[in-house]
Design a protein around this ligand. Structure first.
Ligand code: NAG
Ligand code: NAG
Length: 317
């Protein structure tokens, strides 16, 4: 074969691969919230906003005029993030309140302080989460992932419901994940005491987020408070800190160009929290700013009700 023919074939193959990767990257990036929605004088809480998509979400809401409370566990990291969010957004109307979702005492204390400061709450973003950590239990004896991702937010949401109702129309946003498809609600071993798997427990906790939004959405019908859940996309954030070094090296690093940036990852929760078209939509699941059908487990109304009643009992409401 002629040398130039080989060169052309080789070049075409490389170009083809590059184009495919570009298309894949473009597909993974998802869609952005492009509307110019203002939230002047609206009060917002975002949990876990010291890093990743929570922080991007906080910057966005601050730029739109909202009064933004970031809630996170670590005092130092919270205060550092507060400075950064204020600087980047150019708004000083951003505040930090400490909150450890793995402790019911901390959640109650947070709510007490918040009620002292504010008589309104328009948007609650339940964003904080732990992913695939080793077996551990919260102060109150809940399995760490279910305890933090679901039960902590479950209690927090209920303690703030009076303010959300008083500020209606208002919205609750539960940041779940496509990882919910790996999970099922194990009614006989909810706390994974008999057998624990990192990803199984993560899946269960993310499934619980969707079921909670579904059940609470129903319960709040007619109050002007809507509740929805979502998948932010595959985002490279600190969630990965519980992953082993090898998992990060072989599965996360080589594909990191495909992940959404935290800014891209924040777009779906910004959309679900703000889009005027969604003001009456409740109990639904979103991905890439569009409604999406979650797993069949996540559409089981009987499980949703069981989990809701069980959670009320567990957090002693
Ligand atoms: C629930 O957990 C128990 C104890 O680990 C296990 O035997 C059972 O198979 C689990 N059920 C489901 C549906 O996963
Ligand atoms: C939401 O419901 C209210 C009251 O029924 C209605 O006035 C409004 O147009 C609805 N909004 C949308 C976006 O459908």
């Amino acid at each position: 074969m002629e040398w130039w023919l080989i060169l052309i074939i080789v070049l075409s193959v490389f170009l083809g691969i590059a184009l495919l990767l570009l298309l894949l990257r473009w597909y993974m990036r998802g869609s952005n919230y492009t509307k110019d929605t203002k939230i002047d004088n609206k009060v917002v809480i975002i949990t876990g906003a010291n890093t990743g998509i929570g922080k991007e979400n906080a910057i966005d809401f601050a730029k739109r005029g909202g009064k933004v409370y970031i809630a996170c566990r670590d005092l130092k990291r919270g205060e550092d993030a507060l400075g950064e969010i204020r600087r980047i957004s150019g708004s000083n109307n951003v505040h930090f309140l400490q909150l450890d979702l793995a402790s019911m005492d901390s959640i109650r204390e947070f709510s007490r302080k918040f009620h002292e400061l504010e008589s309104q709450l328009h948007i609650l973003i339940n964003n904080a989460g732990v992913m695939a950590c080793d077996k551990a239990y919260t102060k109150d004896g809940f399995e760490m992932q279910l305890g933090t991702n679901h039960l902590g937010h479950f209690l927090l949401t209920h303690l703030l419901l009076d303010l959300l109702k008083a500020s209606a129309p208002s919205r609750i946003v539960a940041v779940s994940s496509e990882g919910h498809r790996m999970g099922n609600i194990n009614k006989t071993d909810l706390m994974s005491e008999k057998s624990y798997s990192k990803w199984g427990a993560y899946g269960q906790s993310k499934l619980a987020n969707i079921l909670f939004a579904r059940e609470l959405g129903k319960k709040l019908e007619g109050t002007g408070v809507v509740v929805n859940s979502l998948h932010p996309g595959v985002v490279k954030t600190e969630l990965g800190r519980h992953m082993s070094a090898n998992f990060q090296r072989f599965f996360m690093k080589p594909f990191s160009f495909l992940y959404k940036t935290p800014w891209e990852g924040a777009q779906t929760q910004i959309c679900v929290a703000l889009d005027p078209d969604l003001e009456n939509v409740t109990g639904k699941y979103f991905s890439d700013c569009k409604e999406k059908t979650p797993s069949s487990n996540a559409r089981n109304d009987e499980t949703a009700k069981w989990l809701y009643d069980k959670s009320i009992e567990l957090v002693k409401l």
